[in-house]
Design a protein around this ligand. Sequence first.
Ligand code: GLU
Length: 478
Amino acid sequence: MVRLRFAPSPTGYLHVGGLRTALFSWLYAKQKNGKFILRLEDTDQNRLVKGSENALIRMLKWSGISIDEGPLDGGEFGPYRQSERLHIYNHYVQELINKNLAYRCFCSLERLDSLRNEQRLKGETPRYDKFCRKLSNEQSKKKVESGEMYVIRMKIPEKSEVLILDDIIRGRISIDTSNTEDQVILKSDGFPTYHLAVVVDDYLMKITHVVRGEEWLPSFPKHLLLYRYFGWDSPKFAHLPLILNPDRSKLSKRQMDVAVEDFRDQGYIPEALINFITLLGWSPIEKREIYSLKELVKEFSFKKINKSGAIFDREKLNWMNHKYIQNLDQKDLIKRLSSFSKSKSFKKLNPDFLKKVVQIQQSRLITLNNFFERLPYFVDDNPKTTNSKVLCLLKQKSSKIVLDEFYKQVLSLENLNKENLGIVVKNVQNKTSLNGTDLWLPLRYAITLEVKGPDLNLIVDLFGKEKCLRLVKRAIEI
Ligand code: GLU
């Protein structure tokens, strides 16, 4: 059975890159009827951010990613927070020390700093000089007894070798260990570093495929050596290409929103975001763009992930979100708008009125937020506009002629609706001898307050005589 995990560090929000990693793992696990595991890598106590664990889980759930095993869901391979597994790491560190594959290092931070500076000055790559590797067992024990602080480092073989790594996406990669340093695997606070914890946990949790960002590729030799030291088979690895800004730089908060929360809060809907994110670096066989989650589970394949970086194209996301919103049935859209809305006045809206506004707006929405930006126009008795194109046209003399006549005609009517609008406009045309855009644009601009407005018939039907008269009067007075 395949078992894949998502292993974020709870140091902030869920990044869209993280969501993609989680998603690819989840899609594959579901396709193969396997398990998707959430493991929290909280071993760097200085970087923890309160509340981020809950936020990560909330955003995964919002995206539709279900968790089979995890800190809140339990499972037979727990605990699923690394901070609760310290005894396990200690056990394995001891095993490496006993096998003479790891050692205590007592070097002070000052020594390490000056070592690094010296190496930099000489133009060398900074790395640990194995100073404590030479200590005998006796010397090492004595230092411990005298209360000296230490970390544990793994030994990289003295004789460098070329490690062969088979990556599902990149194929065969060879990396020389001569550039790998004796990595710290247990810190002085008793917490493991990522490198030890990830290997131990992936093994103990029976992970079959590790999907992670390509920034972890340089650490790969250390991990492979640890698998070898413990005598374990390693899982399969898929290192995902970077996500890039449109200028091909690494996706960064400075240029773009990167938190999944940001997209949710702007009114992107999870299905669209998931669809979009899956296509970042993964190209399906068919050149289709819109895929439901179910279809993605069926179609997903690691083989179709590109090796090169994937550009985050916001325009495409907008297009996709628009498509998804357009295709929602009305009830569903209203439900989503209502859980998206923070405004109390929205909750108090008359359901029939709301349905009509939704009917008018649905085909024009790019995000759910657009609905609320436009809502005051529908709700206010006297909505205003600052749109200069609208104001400019309404100031023209011919516009005033049309609107004056329209006002007069409507005033004498019992009601104004989509059935009689056509007749009224015909009368205005006959009286003013204006037609085409000279006739329709002033009416459209005065009533919808937009250049490319929604269907005028539907708006007139919703507003009725009184509100339309108010709008037209205001336009005449501009
Ligand atoms: N905790 C690591 C991170 O947040 C996980 C890397 C991995 O998946 O192995 O990047």
